[in-house]
Write a protein that binds this ligand. Structure first.
Ligand SMILES: Nc1ncnc2c1ncn2[C@@H]1O[C@H](COP(=O)(O)OP(=O)(O)OP(=O)(O)O)[C@@H](O)[C@H]1O
Ligand code: NI
Length: 262
C-alpha cells in the first residue's frame, strides 16, 4: 500500500458565523510493503489513528481528505474499500469493546464467513490463535484480556488478507500477552501480509518491525530501520528519532527538546 500527499483537516465551528480549519495530517507519504511490519509511533495526538482511519475510510464526518492511497496497484476508492475492508484489508481495533458483549465469541468469529464452511474456518482460526474449542460458547466477559485479544485477531484476520492495520493492540496486556500479539503480527508478515502497527510502545515497535515511522504533529517526521534503534541511537538518521530513543528511561540519556507522553 502506498500513501501519497495525504492531508486530513477538520472543519470546526468557531462561532455561529465563522468556521476554522484544524489540521490533522499534513503531506504524508508512506509505503507499507507486503511481508513487512511497519510500525508507526508518535505521541498522543500526533495523527496515528487518523492515518489508520484514512486508509480504512472511517474518518470522522467533519474530516476533509486529499491525497492518494493505492492498494495493490489500484486507487483505494470508496468502491474498492467496500470490496476490501474486512477481507483483503483487516483492521484490528484498539479496543476489545468492538466485540459484542451479548454474543458468544465463537459466533462473533463466524460473522461474515461463508455459512457452509464457517464452523470449519472457525476451528482453524481458533487453532491458529491458541483458543480452546470450549471457548467458543463463552461470552467476552468470561475471557481474560489476552484471550479477548486473540478473539479480536480471529474476528479480524481472514483468509486472503493482504494488509493488516492494528491500532494499539497491546495496552493493558501483561508482557507475555504482548509478546503473543507481536508474534501473530510477525507471522502475518511472514505469510506475505503488509502489517501496519500503530503503537505508543517504541520497544515493541523496534522488536517486531522492519521499519519504524515516527509521527509528530500530524506529519511523518522520518522512517527509520528498526535496527537503527540501538545503543545511543547514532545510526538514526533524524534527530527527532534520536531524541525519542535517548529519552527512553532504559537508555538513561538526558535530552532536551522532546517531550514524550506515554
Ligand atoms: N473529529 C475531529 N475533529 C477535530 N479534530 C480531530 C478529530 N479527530 C481527531 N482530531 C485531531 O486530530 C489529531 C490526531 O488525532 P489521532 O487520534 O490521530 O491521534 P493519535 O496519534 O492516534 O493519538 P493517541 O496516541 O492518543 O491515540 C488530534 O489532535 C485530534 O484532536
Ligand atoms: Ni490513536
Amino acid at each position: 500500500m502506498t500513501i501519497s500527499e495525504l492531508n486530513v483537516s477538520f472543519m470546526q465551528y468557531a462561532s455561529r458565523l465563522r468556521t476554522r480549519v484544524v489540521t490533522g495530517l499534513t503531506g504524508l507519504d508512506l509505503e507499507v510493503r507486503e511481508g513487512e511490519v511497519l510500525a508507526v509511533i508518535g505521541a498522543s495526538g500526533s495523527g496515528k489513528t487518523l492515518l489508520a482511519q484514512a486508509i480504512l475510510g472511517i474518518l470522522p464526518r467533519n474530516a476533509q481528505v486529499t491525497g492518494e492511497i493505492r492498494f495493490r496497484g489500484e486507487r483505494l476508492t470508496a468502491v474498492r474499500r467496500r470490496r476490501s475492508v474486512g477481507r483483503e484489508i483487516s483492521y484490528i481495533p484498539q479496543s476489545v469493546t468492538n466485540l459484542d458483549p451479548l454474543m458468544p465469541v465463537g459466533k462473533q468469529v463466524r460473522i461474515g464467513l461463508d455459512a457452509r464452511t464457517a464452523q470449519q474456518e472457525q476451528s482453524r482460526l481458533f487453532a491458529r490463535y491458541g483458543l480452546a474449542s470450549e471457548t467458543s460458547r463463552l461470552y467476552p466477559f468470561e475471557l481474560s484480556g489476552g484471550m479477548l485479544r486473540r478473539v479480536l485477531f480471529a474476528t479480524s484476520v481472514r483468509d486472503g488478507v493482504r494488509l493488516v492495520i492494528a491500532d494499539e493492540p497491546t495496552p493493558g496486556l501483561h508482557a507475555e500477552a504482548v509478546e503473543e500479539v507481536l508474534r501473530h503480527l510477525r507471522e502475518l508478515a511472514a505469510d506475505g501480509v503488509a502489517v501496519l502497527l500503530i503503537t505508543h510502545d517504541i520497544l515493541s515497535a523496534v522488536s517486531v518491525a522492519e521499519r519504524v515511522a515516527v509521527m509528530n504533529g500530524g506529519r511523518l517526521v522520518t522512517v527509520e530501520p528498526a535496527s537503527a534503534f540501538t545503543g545511543e541511537g547514532d545510526r538514526l538518521s533524524h534527530p527527532f528519532a534520536r531524541d525519542l530513543w535517548r529519552a527512553l528511561p532504559q537508555n538513561r540519556f538526558s535530552v532536551g527538546g522532546v517531550e514524550w507522553h506515554w
